[in-house]
Design a protein around this ligand. Structure first.
Ligand SMILES: Cc1cc2nc3c(=O)[nH]c(=O)nc-3n(C[C@H](O)[C@H](O)[C@H](O)COP(=O)(O)OP(=O)(O)OC[C@H]3O[C@@H](n4cnc5c(N)ncnc54)[C@H](O)[C@@H]3O)c2cc1C
Length: 392
C-alpha cells in the first residue's frame, strides 16, 4: 500500500517518545488484555525485527500491596487473568517481594505484591525512533510539521485528508492523533468524549548499580530504571486542564473525579499557565517536544520523589535531573477506541489509550494495518470499538 503519515510536530514529540516506558499486561482492563498479550509477543522480537536496540528488557512488573484490601483486589485480577488468559501473574508474600527487589526498604509497609514475570520495559524515545526509521525503509512518506485539518468524505466514504488547504486523496484514513483525535473526529460526526490529562514524569541522575529489572508500581508512583541507570518516576493521573471539552464531557468523568480526586485534579489556571515559558530545559530525547508544550507540575515531582525515597531509602539521595509532562488522551472507560467507524467506509481509529498505550502500541499498529488491508484483526478488539460511545 502507498502510505502517507501526517504528523503535526515530529514522531514521538507527544506521548510516545516521552512516557514512562512500562510494557505491562498486568492490571489491565480485561477488554484490552488480548491486545496487550499480542503486543508483548511483538515486543519480544522487536529489536531483531527493527534491527536496533529499543531498551527492551523483560524484567517483570511488580505492583506492591500495602493493605489487605490491595491484596484482595490484586488477587481477583490475577485469578481471572490466569483462568481466562493463561497469564503468568502470581501473588508474592512480603518476604518474596523483598527477595525479588532487595533494594526495597524493609520498613516501607509492603505486605505482598502482584508480579508478572513476562512483562517488560523499553525506552520510549528509542522505540518511537526505531519505528520511524523502519517505516522510512519500508517506503512510507512523511509530512512533518503539518496538521490534518479535515477528514474528507465523498458519497459516504473516506476520500482523503486536508492538510493546510491541500487535499491528499486516500481510500483509507487512520486517525491516530493522540490528544488531537477527538477534534478531527468531531468534524466527521463522531463525538469521542476524550479528555486530556497532563501527566508529569521526573528523571533522577543515573546510578547504574544496582540494577532493578522490574517496573515497580507503589501506592501512587510508577518507577522504572532506564538503560543508563537513571530512575523515571511518575505519579499516576495528573491535571485535567480546563478547556471547552472539560464542560462538554463533565458528566462522563464525574465518577473518576470522585473516586480519585488527586489523580484527576481540574487545573482551572492551566490556560494562564500555558502563557509562561517552560522552566525546564534539559532535552528528554533527540526530537523536539510537541507544540502543546505541556508544563510539568513540580508538586507532582515532589509527590513521586517522596514515595520513591520511602520505598527505596538507599536511593533517596539521587537528585532529580529533569522533569517533563505529556498530555494523556483519556476516555471515560479508560480503554482505547480501536477499529472502524461504522457508516464511514475507510475510516479507522486508534486513539484514547488513556495513559497506557505505549505497551500495546505495536499490536494496535498491526491491528490497524490489517484492517486497512481489509483483513481481520489478529486479536479480539470487539470491546474497543469507537462506536461504543455513539451507542451509549
Ligand atoms: C507521562 C506519561 C506516561 C506514560 N506512561 C506509559 C507507560 O509507562 N506505559 C504505557 O503503555 N503507556 C504510557 N503512557 C501512554 C502512552 O505514551 C500513550 O498511550 C501512547 O504513546 C499513545 O500513542 P499515540 O500514537 O496514540 O499518541 P501520541 O504519541 O500522543 O501521538 C499523537 C501524535 O499525533 C499528532 N497530531 C495531533 N493532532 C494532529 C493533527 N491534526 N494532524 C497531524 N498530527 C496530529 C501529535 O503531534 C502527536 O505526535 C504514558 C503517557 C504519558 C503522557
Amino acid at each position: 500500500m502507498r502510505v502517507l503519515l501526517v504528523e503535526r510536530d515530529a514522531p514521538g514529540s507527544a506521548q510516545s517518545g516521552r512516557n514512562l516506558g512500562f510494557v505491562r499486561q498486568q492490571n489491565r482492563d480485561f477488554r484490552e488484555l488480548s491486545l496487550m498479550i499480542g503486543a508483548l509477543s511483538i515486543w519480544e522480537e522487536l529489536e531483531a525485527e527493527l534491527g536496533c536496540r529499543v531498551g527492551w528488557q523483560q524484567g517483570g512488573n511488580l505492583s506492591l500491596a500495602f493493605s489487605e484490601a490491595d491484596l484482595v483486589s490484586r488477587r481477583a485480577w490475577q485469578q481471572r487473568a490466569a483462568e481466562e488468559f493463561g497469564l503468568d501473574t502470581r501473588m508474592l508474600s512480603a518476604a518474596e517481594t523483598h527477595a525479588l527487589v532487595p533494594q526495597l526498604a524493609t520498613d516501607c509497609g509492603v505486605v505482598g505484591a502482584m508480579y508478572t514475570a513476562s512483562d517488560g520495559k523499553a525506552e520510549p524515545a528509542r522505540a518511537t525512533r526505531a519505528f520511524f526509521d523502519a517505516a522510512l525503509r519500508a517506503g512510507v512518506a512523511f509530512a512533518f510539521g503539518e496538521s490534518v485539518t479535515r477528514i474528507e468524505t465523498s458519497a459516504g466514504k473516506i476520500s482523503g485528508v486536508q492538510v493546510r488547504g491541500r487535499l491528499y486523496r486516500a481510500g483509507t484514513v487512520i486517525i491516530a492523533a493522540g490528544a488531537g483525535s477527538a477534534a478531527l473526529l468531531r468534524k466527521t460526526g463522531l463525538n469521542l468524549p476524550q479528555e486530556f490529562i497532563r501527566a508529569t514524569v521526573a528523571r533522577t541522575v543515573a546510578r547504574p548499580e544496582p540494577r532493578i529489572a522490574a517496573c515497580v508500581s507503589g501506592q501512587h508512583t510508577g518507577i522504572r530504571q532506564d538503560l543508563n541507570g537513571a530512575y523515571l518516576i511518575s505519579v499516576a493521573g495528573g491535571e485535567y486542564d480546563l478547556r471547552l471539552d472539560s464542560w462538554r464531557h463533565m458528566r462522563r468523568y464525574e465518577a473518576t473525579r470522585k473516586s480519585n480526586p488527586d489523580a484527576a485534579r481540574i487545573d482551572y489556571l492551566a490556560p494562564i499557565k500555558r502563557l509562561f515559558p517552560l522552566r525546564v530545559h534539559l532535552p528528554v530525547a533527540d526530537f523536539p517536544p510537541s507544540r502543546d508544550n505541556p508544563h510539568p507540575e513540580f508538586f507532582r515531582v515532589e509527590q513521586a520523589s517522596r514515595e520513591f525515597s520511602r520505598l527505596f531509602k538507599t536511593l533517596a539521595d539521587l537528585q532529580i535531573e529533569t522533569c517533563w509532562a505529556g498530555i494523556i488522551d483519556t476516555l471515560p472507560d479508560v480503554v482505547p477506541a480501536l477499529g472502524p467507524v461504522e457508516g464511514i467506509p475507510g475510516m479507522l481509529v486508534g486513539t484514547g489509550f488513556s495513559g497506557h498505550g505505549f505497551g500495546p502500541g505495536p499490536m494496535a499498529g498491526k491491528v490497524l494495518a490489517e484492517l486497512a488491508a481489509d483483513r481481520q484483526s489478529p486479536v479480539d478488539i470487539s470491546a474497543l470499538s469507537p462506536m461504543r460511545f455513539v451507542r451509549n
